[in-house]
Design a protein around this ligand. Structure first.
Ligand SMILES: Cc1ncc(C[n+]2csc(CCOP(=O)(O)OP(=O)(O)O)c2C)c(N)n1
Ligand SMILES: [Mg+2]
Length: 431
């Protein structure tokens, strides 16, 4: 039984959807003024998904957005100012102008993992976040989003399978917006519901109307509660439509006009507004109040972003390599002895010899690096560690002839590193 929302919750969903659209409208204008650095993606018509799903999370939960999830960032508490400065590559942005779009995170406060451009890679990453939360006894849920196109990557399947066997408290939102660049979903997947992919991993799934924000919220809330209770990962397919091209550069002329017309009638904000007015949850005065608040916030944050400086050129070489004080602070907190969780070193030194390899003039000396096939160094290493002396490999191929290990073991490893090349029959190439 889906729980009803309070009036405040209904109004929150409305506010964030409106804010999501208004932030993106503002950025479209900035893009046309050539003030956006890099690409600009639109979530027009998909606001109900970003907002409804993120709203189902608790403050302590974690999310990782993809390109059409600005709404989720706003719900999580990212101010429009960070989104504007980030897209304009300003020095005041979360990445100090080093990166664009939504490529920033906040691990300390808001629990946002930065996006990864390689579609699907966030699935195993967020599975890891979910598992880490469980190890630490935090009862958190991790969430990320994927598109219909992204759901055909190998890592989607590997990641979801991994999440399933680990029973990770992880919720994956699959935004089926009918297109991946210019490829319609029917051309890349021969199934009607992408949620059916969950069956392959033995996990629960839902299909929801992505343009109905209340349905999205209620479905996600149920999924988040189930994942938190230990039922394992859950896949939600939200059906919707990408109402613009892939990004600003793409006029989407390959999309049939009737398709746009059909979905225009199903605009999630217009539908929701009608619903709220009909239920008397929203009236003209409340709407005006909310719009005034939103416009003031956007104007202030946009002005701040426009007035902000670009990063100083010297910054380009800072934070690239870890050089001491400016290193990142992430360090493993070993709950178990480090040696216990580190794989043992091999007791078999590499003694395979490739003639002439690793015998360069610079390869001698106590501190010389150990090369592949460098028998003397390998022996020294083994001795130093009190381990085994190098053994003859099981099989050696010389001039195309396989010799048995027994035969070779009579000859020492030194034979393998003989300085003089053995005789090569005329006309035969030496291997
Ligand atoms: C592994 C991988 N392959 C290709 C790309 C290039 N790429 C970026 S977005 C995109 C289309 C994604 O379509 P979909 O997953 O349906 O998401 P949508 O753009 O519709 O939101 C592609 C092919 C990528 N980023 N990562
Ligand atoms: Mg798509």
């Amino acid at each position: 039984m889906k729980k009803d929302l309070t009036r405040q919750q209904y109004l929150d969903l409305y506010y964030y959807m409106r804010l999501n659209r208004a932030v993106e409208d503002t950025m479209t204008k900035l893009f046309r003024q050539n003030k956006i650095v890099g690409g600009l993606y639109s979530s027009l018509g998909q606001e109900g998904i970003s907002v409804g799903t993120a709203y189902a999370l608790e403050k302590k939960d974690w999310l990782a957005p993809m390109i059409r999830n600005i709404g989720a960032l706003l719900v999580k508490g990212v101010p429009p100012r960070d989104i504007f400065t980030q897209h304009m590559a300003k020095y005041t942005s979360p990445t100090l102008g080093k990166d664009g779009t939504s490529h920033f995170g906040d691990l300390d406060n808001l629990h946002i993992v930065s996006p990864i451009s390689m579609l699907g890679d966030l699935i195993p990453v967020m599975t890891g976040v979910a598992m880490a939360g469980r190890y630490l006894g935090q009862k958190i849920v991790a969430m990320t989003w994927i598109g219909d196109g992204g759901s055909s990557t190998g890592v989607f399947h590997e990641g979801l399978n991994f999440a399933a066997v680990q029973r990770a408290p992880f919720v994956l939102i699959l935004e089926n917006n009918q297109w991946a660049y210019s490829t319609p979903v029917k051309r890349q997947v021969p199934i009607a519901n992408l949620a059916d992919r969950a069956k392959a991993y033995g996990i629960a799934s839902y299909v929801v109307d992505g343009n109905d924000v209340v349905a999205v919220y209620q479905t996600t809330k149920e999924a988040v509660d189930r994942a938190r209770a230990g039922e394992g990962p859950i896949l939600i397919e939200a059906k919707t439509m990408r109402m613009r091209g892939h990004a600003q550069h793409d006029p989407a002329e390959y999309v049939p006009k009737e398709m746009f017309e059909y979905w225009k009638q199903r605009d999630p904000i217009e539908l929701y507004e009608k619903f709220l007015l009909g239920k008397k949850l929203l009236d003209a005065a409340t709407k005006k109040e909310l719009e005034t608040k939103m416009e003031a916030l956007l104007a202030k944050d946009r002005d701040f972003a426009e007035a902000s400086p670009m990063p100083p050129p010297e910054l380009a070489e800072k934070g690239v390599y870890c050089t001491g004080d400016d290193c990142h602070k992430i360090a493993a907190k070993w709950e178990r002895n480090q040696a216990e969780v580190t794989p043992p070193r091999s007791s078999v030194p590499a003694v395979w010899k490739v003639a002439g390899f690793g015998e360069g003039k610079g390869s001698g000396g106590k501190n010389a690096p150990i090369h592949f096939g460098d028998t003397a160094s390998a022996e020294a290493l083994a001795d130093n560690e009190g381990k085994l002396a190098p053994k003859a490999p099981a099989k050696i191929v010389t001039n195309g002839t396989a010799k048995s290990a027994a035969k070779n073991s009579r000859k020492s490893a030194a034979h393998l590193s003989a300085k003089k090349p053995s005789k090569v029959p005329a006309g035969k190439a030496r291997r």
